[in-house]
Design a protein around this ligand. Structure first.
Ligand SMILES: Nc1ncnc2c1ncn2[C@@H]1O[C@H](COP(=O)(O)OP(=O)(O)O)[C@@H](O)[C@H]1O
Ligand SMILES: [Mg+2]
Length: 456
């Protein structure tokens, strides 16, 4: 392929084509091909001697204790793995309007107290940033700002006025002169992120980039960068709710799946040190279809209310709607309930919702989801002091999950006296925790132990 010529690469399988195709001939994915341009800067000089040195052994590598830059915002520092590592690159991704710029500005203000920080925005003018900082009551004296959408002037500025932390909002608004494609296109986003990554590694500046999640996911969304950066954080939440969850989905310097919980307020994102209590505050008591689950995200146990509604359908194809849990997982669990317990959902609309706009991704939610579905179908509430968690297999068996003791301890702390959990977890609990736990091995046992009379 000649230099500067357009090529199209499949995001699924890596198939390379010289013309755009709606469907990848290799893996058959629709709309998977995105444009890719060979950049001039990546061209290698031809000819010339290449210097060769013996690669050092690990023991010869100078070792300095890894330092961390902390903000003092506990939730943020913990999700980063204990603070920002100098010379690392972090991607902060999320839906537009979820609060990325707000969170970033708050973190920069804290870092700014001790470090040199620069906030580069391609989305807002310096005046708008100033207004936001005033609204968030942040000290603006230590944050340098710059409105810039071109990569080269930005790099030039950094060379002349070096900083320790650089924040770029957002990666989709900057472009490099090396490429003749529009900002936000996949090749621009990759090129700019790649050069910032090199800057981070060579100069030791820590780089934070914001990435908007795009609807299609394929065009220049944060996904295109995940492999490149050191750490990927997603800010999630429902815009109609105040809760925001910051989740580490990749971290070269810390544990993944770590979460931090924030609440969106007029004055910005506030840390929520005890999220379970807040999430359960509005839980209705004695109502069918409502179940409390203990989910562990990273190292953090979280008690959340899960709600199900099963009601007669007027549609030929009944509706399946899930918010906060995986839709495929819901379909699978409904099929298991039909096959193993004799429930019939063919004429029923099914809705599942996680209260507070929280998203639950781990399989330990299965059992609670099923209990909520049973409760709604039978119109029998589960006891209000009961917490349910466990994974369910295709044969209707209840499987153990990790962090059993942590889950029980958290639930006890919040006043939940009964625990319906997998048998294998119950057997391994310390004696003082195990007394209030009922261990189950099959769905049938779940049904029998919670609901006195059965309608199916
Ligand atoms: N003037 C304001 N007063 C109160 N809340 C605001 C104001 N402006 C923005 N917000 C809140 O901040 C959110 C936008 O946050 P922002 O950090 O700009 O999101 P992102 O950078 O992810 O697009 C809005 O959804 C709103 O809840
Ligand atoms: Mg923004």
């Amino acid at each position: 392929m000649s230099e500067g010529k357009m090529a199209y690469r499949c995001q699924q399988c890596g198939y390379l084509s010289t013309k755009w195709l709606g469907r990848c001939p290799e893996c058959q994915t629709w709309h998977g091909l995105v444009e890719e341009v060979q950049s001039r800067s990546s061209r290698r000089p031809s000819g010339g001697r290449i210097e060769v040195v013996r690669p050092p052994t690990l023991a010869e590598i100078p070792c300095s204790q890894e330092s961390r830059w902390i903000t003092g915002m506990g939730e943020w520092d913990r999700v980063l793995g204990g603070g920002m590592v100098p010379g690392s690159m972090v991607l902060l991704a999320g839906d537009p309007g979820i609060g990325k710029s707000t969170l970033l500005l708050q973190a920069l203000a804290r870092w700014g107290e001790e470090r040199k920080v620069l906030y580069v925005s391609g989305e807002e003018s310096p005046q708008q940033i100033r207004l936001r900082a005033d609204r968030l009551r942040l000290d603006g004296t230590r944050i340098q700002v710059m409105a810039e959408t071109s990569l080269e002037p930005l790099l030039e500025t950094l060379e002349r006025h070096p900083v320790e932390i650089l924040a770029l909002d957002s990666i989709q608004t900057v472009s490099s002169r090396n490429l003749e494609v529009a900002p936000g296109s996949i090749s621009q986003v990759r090129e700019c992120a790649g050069r910032l990554m090199r800057l981070a590694k060579e100069s030791g500046v820590s780089v934070l980039v914001v990435g908007h999640v795009t609807k299609e996911g394929a065009i220049a969304g944060p996904r295109a960068l995940e492999h490149l950066v050191d750490t990927v954080l997603y800010l999630e939440g429902d815009r109609t709710h105040a809760f925001r969850i910051l989740r580490a989905v990749k971290n070269r310097y810390g544990s993944t799946n770590e979460i931090g919980v924030f609440e969106m307020k007029e004055t910005g994102l506030d840390e929520v040190p005890n999220p379970s209590q807040l999430l359960l505050a509005e839980r209705p008591m004695g109502v069918s279809g409502s179940v409390v689950v203990c989910s562990v995200e990273g190292t953090r146990p979280l008690l959340v209310e899960l709600q199900a509604l099963v009601s007669g359908s007027g549609w030929v194809q009944p509706r399946r709607t899930s918010m906060g849990v995986d839709a495929n997982r819901l379909s699978l669990l409904l099929a298991v309930m039909e096959k193993k317990l004799g429930f019939n959902f063919s004429q029923q609309d099914v809705f599942v919702n996680v209260a507070g706009g929280v998203k639950l991704v781990e399989p330990a939610v299965d059992l609670a989801m099923m209990a909520a579905l049973m409760s709604s179908t039978l119109d029998q509430p589960v006891p209000p002091g009961l917490v349910i968690w466990g994974e369910v297999g295709l044969a209707g068996e209840v499987r153990g999950v990790t962090h059993g003791a942590l889950r029980v301890a958290e639930a006890l702390k919040l006043g939940f006296e009964e625990h319906l959990i997998p048998r294998s977890n119950a057997e391994r609990l310390p004696v003082e925790l195990g007394t209030a736990c009922t261990g189950v091995r099959s769905l049938r046992e779940v049904l029998d132990s919670i609901f006195a009379s059965r309608a199916t």
